[in-house]
Design a protein around this ligand. Structure first.
Ligand code: AMP
Length: 491
């Protein structure tokens, strides 16, 4: 792997074909970790792992500009597990298992997936880990925290609940990870982050990962990181080179049939279809089910357990099509997803990058298929400007729409008054709402009336109703090297 190194930045350049591959056992990771990686079917480290693992092991702070699906979770968790092995013990005393590493993520799904990875990588070590997020009963989390645990993976709000109830102490944290920092800022978590970080020892190692690298993120990095090494493996807002992007122009009223046609024509068995609105996602899923497709919707109006059940069914293959809104899909770790479909072009071009990052993960190839109507030219041109490439427009050969009935939301959008994005599919205010930090982003976006976030996810810290603990209910893009995996789904 070619590297350009300066004191503060490490840029990874494309690897010459004949370059000898780096192996996991060259990092000095313990045999217990290597055994777990073999179980996972990992053969070669991904570029972010090659770059980050030695740097984290050496104790340096890192600012990682890593695209979704690059393997960044293992990039930070493997060296963390290795560093904590020095403290690993099998004592039953909680005092011997203080929290030493804290991994903060913006969403529950991402927290869950990072936790699954950490559990898998540390399974042959005595290190303990727990995931802590809201929307579920607190008592199991409380019991694990009280029993003592070295690695905590948490969303900020629920962690603050535990801190307030004194079920967790962060006074011995030596490693902090802020994962998907850009999303945390977008979701308005900065004050929560600040409160948490103020409770950590000053003398610690901090790592920050972000898909995009805005000036706000850089500012956050200068506030919380000490002389970090910036690792860039993919240009911010670059789309994965191993994703084939296709665009079909269809009529608004043909979109649902077109999605069904594409799924059947391509024999798709694992696909995420993105909708801009919750109501649109629900209706599309119902429509697909009616036409015999095993589909389910995942969005903010669904309860945590409904969403987890839909995701599990998808991972097991019982559900073949997951229709999702952007925030609901964020962080879903579904390896080797061969295809994503944009039922709607997203209002924000950055969401397009995140959506198609669901496929072509960790070196696999994938297709990103988008439907567009004549009203979407502006959205498309924003996307093409951001990704600095033209997306090929194709004719959906063989497709004959079975119905000319106009979907309800299309009728609604055509009734929009001219001042409110006339002619564009604008979701009704009932469907979604713009919350907190998203307001700023939405205001910058060309479609400022368009909502961006499912409020279900956005829970800035609100202390739980106080209760007795016992009564708790509560700069060069790298084509990612092709890696073989034994695991089809999940992380
Ligand atoms: P991440 O970017 O951390 O969300 O990882 C994306 C996916 O790649 C996850 O499903 C991981 O399990 C998988 N993965 C991470 N590292 C490797 C590797 N070295 N080889 C194969 N798969 C990997």
């Amino acid at each position: 792997m070619t590297e350009i190194k300066s004191d503060s930045t490490l840029t990874i350049l494309p690897e010459p074909e004949a370059a000898p591959a780096v192996r996991f056992d060259e990092f000095g990771l313990s045999a217990d970790i290597l055994r777990a990686l073999t179980d996972q079917g990992y053969i070669y480290p991904t570029p972010i792992q090659v770059a980050a693992i030695p740097v984290v092991l050496a104790g340096r702070d890192v600012m990682g500009a890593a695209q979704t699906g690059t393997g960044k979770t293992a990039g930070f968790s493997l060296p963390i597990i290795q560093l904590l092995l020095a403290h690993a013990n099998s004592s039953a005393s909680p005092a011997r298992h203080p929290v030493r590493a804290l991994i903060l993520t913006p969403t529950r799904e991402l927290a869950d997936q990072v936790a699954e990875n950490v559990k898998a990588y540390s399974r042959y070590t005595p290190l303990r880990s727990v995931v802590v997020f809201g929307g579920v009963d607190m008592s199991a989390q409380t019991a694990s925290l009280r029993a003592g645990v070295e690695i905590v993976i948490a969303t900020p709000g629920r962690l603050l609940d535990h801190i307030q109830q004194k079920t967790v102490s962060l006074s011995q944290v030596q490693l902090l990870v802020m994962d998907e920092a850009d999303r945390m800022l977008d979701m308005g978590f900065l004050p929560d982050l600040q409160r948490i970080i103020n409770l950590l020892p000053k003398d610690r190692q901090s790592l920050m990962f972000s898909a995009t690298f805005s000036s706000e993120i850089k500012k956050l990095a200068t506030t919380f990181l000490r002389n970090p090494l910036t690792i860039e493996v993919a240009r911010s807002n670059a789309t994965a080179e191993n994703v084939t992007q296709i665009l079909y122009e269809v009529k608004e009223e043909e979109k649902r049939d077109a999605v069904g046609f594409i799924i059947r024509e391509r024999h798709l068995k694992q696909v995420i279809v993105f909708s801009n609105t919750k109501i649109g996602a629900s209706r599309l899923a119902v429509h697909l089910v009616k036409t015999g497709v095993k589909a389910s919707a995942i969005h903010g109006d669904k309860s945590q357990s409904e969403r987890m059940a839909a995701l599990d069914a998808f991972k097991r293959g019982e559900v073949e099509v997951l229709v999702a809104t952007d925030v609901a899909a964020r962080g879903l770790d579904i390896a080797e997803l061969p295809c994503v479909i944009n039922y709607d072009l997203p209002y924000s071009a950055e969401d397009y990058v995140h959506r198609i990052g669901r496929t072509g993960r960790a070196g696999a190839t994938g297709d990103a298929i988008s439907l567009m109507t004549e009203k979407d030219e502006r959205l498309l041109s924003d996307i093409e400007k951001l990704i600095k490439q033209k997306i090929v427009r194709l004719h959906l050969a063989g497709f004959v729409a079975s119905t000319t009935v106009v979907p309800r939301e299309a009728r609604a959008s055509s009734r929009q008054p001219s001042g409110s994005q006339a002619g564009r599919p604008v979701p009704s205010s009932k469907d979604d709402s713009v919350v907190k930090g998203e307001r700023r982003a939405a205001a910058r976006a060309p479609y400022s009336s368009a909502p961006k976030v499912d409020p279900w996810f956005l829970q800035p810290y609100e202390p739980s109703v106080s209760r007795l603990p016992s009564a708790e209910k509560t700069s060069t893009t790298v084509p990612v090297k092709q890696v073989k995996r034994a695991i089809l789904l999940g992380g």
